[in-house]
Ligand binder design. Structure first.
Ligand SMILES: C[S@@+](CC[C@H](N)C(=O)[O-])C[C@H]1O[C@@H](n2cnc3c(N)ncnc32)[C@H](O)[C@@H]1O
Length: 357
């Protein structure tokens, strides 16, 4: 069942929230075996090109010289040429002798590159061990790990390309002097928001030491060492085990992006998370909470980027994910007033703007 499409190409839900039409996606199912296999190889090629700096390079210039680039980056030129040929076979690049140029398909990859970093860089071991996890021979968190820094980096790339303008519009309407970002990854978002509002400060809490290391670099790059503080901390310790964060009682806007589900894993404390958040940040007047939701059933024969990966990765990690309605109910039960629900760039991802009552 597909929701009706309005004149501006948005799909209407009953309550007036308009998920963008491109959430339906372009990947036609069933994916035939040739497409599926080539999809696996091509995601790896795209991630490799990102790691080798090609996306940043083509942001600045329209062509690349293979020999010169190999020398500059100290690459194995023979292997690099093979990688470029693979990308050409997939239709992403044109290679003529030493000269490489992006095809029109490149800009779509560029916009969605965060999902490749997230999926290939962050979750390749998890997906590769799907059978062993299903048999119970391996357990996520013990024998199988994700690459947390790549998950955080991919999320930041998706933010910059797909979500930034939506959040900036909401933030522009809010008064704040101290922001807290929970599960802040590499702290790119909190840096950007603090930088755009003179005199404000921010703290970013993340459980991952490697993401927090990257966050220290982000803060330095933005020249915000006196205003943004990345802290390596488990937010669950702050909510339920008395860990104190200096300045928490001065926070006026608390945010979390693509992270709320991580706080809700334990069914015993799930309904206590929102009240505990309000208590941990007692003067926060607004909570900006965004997360990807479970796709509604019967979405049709096409698939969008990301959703299938998000759903499977969390199943393999044993982390439940939620529908939009389940989130809205959780906020209501936890005493937050939902001001609005806004489609947030990535497929089936929403920004919930909530007021403390
Ligand atoms: C998908 S990433 C999102 C990062 C960032 N919010 C963004 O959108 O770019 C989720 C982040 O939550 C962090 N995280 C997971 N569980 C956590 C916990 N209990 N306390 C703090 N951070 C946690 C992970 O290390 C990861 O950086």
């Amino acid at each position: 069942m597909t929701a009706p499409v309005s004149r501006d190409g948005l799909h209407a839900l009953d309550d007036g929230v308009f998920p963008p039409a491109d959430w339906c996606g372009d990947a036609k199912t069933p994916l035939d075996a040739d497409t599926a296999f080539n999809g696996f190889i091509s995601t790896n090629v795209v991630f490799a090109l990102e790691q080798l700096g090609l996306f940043a390079w083509f942001d600045g210039t329209g062509r690349l010289d293979v020999a010169e680039y190999s020398r500059l980056r100290q690459l194995d030129e023979v292997v690099f040429r093979r990688l470029l040929s693979a990308a050409e076979a997939f239709g992403y690049l044109t290679v003529t002798g030493d000269r490489v140029t992006p095809t029109p398909a490149w800009s779509e990859l560029r916009r969605k590159i965060g999902f490749f970093t997230w999926g290939v860089g962050g979750y390749h071991d998890v997906f590769a061990n799907a059978a062993a996890i299903t048999r119970g021979e391996r357990v996520f968190g013990q024998d199988v790990l994700r690459n947390e820094a790549m998950v955080a980096l991919g999320s930041a790339q998706a933010d910059l390309a797909l979500m930034r303008h939506i959040l900036d519009e909401q933030i522009a309407a809010l008064d704040f002097s101290l922001l807290a970002d929970l599960g802040s990854g590499i702290s790119e978002r909190v840096c950007r928001l603090v930088k755009s509002r003179p005199g404000t400060r921010g703290i970013g809490l993340d459980i991952s030491a490697s993401a927090t290391d990257l966050a220290a670099g982000t803060v330095e790059r933005h020249e915000l060492t006196d205003r943004v503080r990345p802290i390596c901390a488990d937010v669950l310790d702050v909510l339920f085990h008395g860990r104190r964060i200096e300045g928490a009682d001065q926070v006026d806007v608390a945010m979390s992006f693509m992270f709320l589900h991580d706080l809700l894993v334990d069914p015993g404390t799930r309904m206590d998370v929102i009240p505990a958040l309000r208590k941990a940040f007692p003067h926060a007047h607004t909570f900006l909470l965004a997360d990807t939701t479970v796709r509604p059933p019967g979405e049709g024969e096409e698939l969008p980027v990301f959703s299938s990966g998000f759903e499977l990765a969390h199943a393999l990690m044993g982390v439940p994910i939620y529908t939009r309605e389940e989130y809205e109910n959780l906020f209501h039960e936890g005493g937050l007033h939902l001001r609005r629900t806004i489609p947030f760039g990535a497929p089936h991802t929403y920004l919930f703007v909530l007021e403390a009552q």
